[in-house]
Ligand binder design. Structure first.
Ligand code: GDP
Ligand code: GDP
Length: 436
């Protein structure tokens, strides 16, 4: 089910990133594993009681060297566009400033629920001073202290209360949800349009202000598909949409909600560093991945050229060795019919469960073929394996000592499992666990 999103807005230095870090807690480290996001921590997953949600620190989105007020306007717009609930943060020590009033005006015009947080209220005596903030027009101000972690519970109770009720549609296992990611101009919008026809996309764009309306459903050969975040792939022309952090955030959100991610590459310009970084997000998230080489019309198309390009892709995207590669042209629609079958197959493999007895036969054959490694005189013993989950398929291998399971041996087992069951298009995870 889709998570709700909270955005933190406010002028600089009120404590947005301090609160962001508190809300996302140790979960931030998950995000930090993703290449490139380490320094761009503006988007992460947070948790309160039984609810998980996404948090955006809009203060991290800087647009060129625009003046402060312009920056703040864009940041408020991001919050209004992306969030279900907005935390408007002010500084209890400064009182209301002109900049606070500017932000208030923008937020007031949006239809989004706004919860007012008065930060830097580090001690109870200071609570008397928060009443002036009622005049901003967002109801009760919530006193908090980012430094001391005070008041966050009450604030989050109020935030969660405003989360929209979710439809259960995303739990529907029959529908294949996919997104397109790639750097600007690789042809994401062209490919969406080629797949479903121009009008359809435009219609769904107008459909409403809720973000669900930017997902585009369609049916092909009796199967239901949904393209996630169609609007995010199209250029809407807002200033902040061209900033790198914003587009990364948008891609991460789309990936999170997808079963399958199409990682687009431009055949005309070739593979660049940014392509690898973007595709890396999908891999890290454990999603099924199809590599799409677009603009194939610009290349002399023959078997040899395809083989050569494929080799290049394999060399650059080694961690995606499971991903099928599709060559096509969104512009001429050539070979475009080869795409959906791969999306479908990858999605099915992503959700595939294998039989435990067959799995164990495969593992035992593998052990016979390639004896387990020995470290300092101690040999790895593998007892049995089980698939513990899907999306992606995850296996636990019970062993005498998990530390003896070397990366290379794990990789060997993974390949044997892949050969036996055909997991094209999906990452699989293998964990070694000590048998008790
Ligand atoms: P941002 O620009 O809104 O993201 O603000 P930061 O989170 O970077 O915080 C700005 C400054 O305020 C930093 O020096 C923080 O240590 C400080 N700060 C944040 N929260 C509190 C708080 O609750 N009390 C006090 N006294 N200082 C705080
Ligand atoms: P996005 O930024 O990833 O959404 O990319 P667009 O779909 O806007 O495409 C960027 C540019 O590439 C546009 O000028 C498209 O006409 C062009 N383009 C997209 N797909 C193809 C293709 O398959 N072949 C060629 N030659 N050009 C393409």
């Amino acid at each position: 089910m889709r998570k709700s999103t909270v955005a933190i807005v406010g002028r600089p230095n009120v404590g947005k990133s301090t609160i962001f870090n508190r809300l996302v807690g140790e979960r931030i480290s998950i995000v930090e594993d993703i290449p490139g996001v380490t320094r761009d921590r503006i988007y992460a997953s947070g948790e309160w009681l039984t609810t998980t949600f996404n948090v955006i620190d809009t203060g991290g989105i800087e647009i060129g060297d625009e003046p402060l007020l312009v920056q703040m306007r864009h940041q408020a717009e991001v919050a209004i566009d992306e969030a279900d609930v907005i935390i408007f943060m002010v500084n209890g020590r400064d009182g209301i400033t002109g900049a606070d009033e500017e932000v208030a005006k923008l937020l007031f015009k949006s239809n989004k629920p706004v919860v007012l947080a008065v930060n830097k209220v580090d001690n109870p005596e200071m609570r008397e001073e928060i009443y002036e903030f009622y005049s901003l027009g967002f109801g009760e101000p919530f006193p908090i202290s980012g430094t001391h972690g005070l008041g966050l519970g009450d604030l989050l109770d109020e935030v969660v209360r405003h989360f929209p009720e979710r439809e259960q549609t995303e739990e529907d296992d029959e529908t294949i949800r996919f997104s397109l990611i790639g750097r600007p101009n690789v042809g994401k919008s062209s490919l969406v349009n080629a797949m479903i026809g121009q009008e359809r996309v435009i219609v769904s764009d107008i459909a409403g202000t809720t973000r669900d309306a930017v997902d585009t459903p369609f049916t092909k050969d009796g199967r239901d598909f949904v393209i996630i975040d169609t609007a995010g792939m199209r250029k809407k022309g807002k200033v902040y949409e061209s900033t790198e952090k914003y587009s990364i955030m948008r891609a991460l959100r789309a990936i999170e909600r997808s079963d399958v991610v199409l990682a687009l590459i431009d055949a005309e310009t070739g593979i660049i560093e940014q392509d690898k970084k973007i595709a890396g997000y999908a891999h890290e998230a454990g999603k099924a991945v199809v590599i799409v080489v677009n603009k194939w019309d610009t290349v002399e198309s023959n078997e040899k050229a395809m083989k050569e390009f494929e080799q290049k892709v394999r060399a650059h995207f080694q961690y995606l060795d499971y991903a099928p590669i599709v060559f096509l042209s969104a512009k001429t629609k050539k070979r475009i019919h080869t795409l959906l079958p791969k999306v479908l197959q990858s999605s099915e493999n992503h959700a595939k469960r294998v039989q435990t007895n067959v799995l164990n036969e495969v593992i035992m054959d593998a052990l016979a073929m390639n004896p387990t490694p020995t470290v300092k005189g101690q040999r790895l013993k593998v007892f049995y394996a089980a698939q513990v989950s899907v999306k992606p398929p995850t296996f636990v291998v019970f062993v005498n000592e998990p530390e003896l399971m070397h990366f290379t041996y794990e990789r060997f087992l993974e390949n044997r499992i892949r050969d036996a069951f055909g997991f094209e298009g999906t990452p699989i995870k293998i964990y070694a666990r000590k048998r008790n």
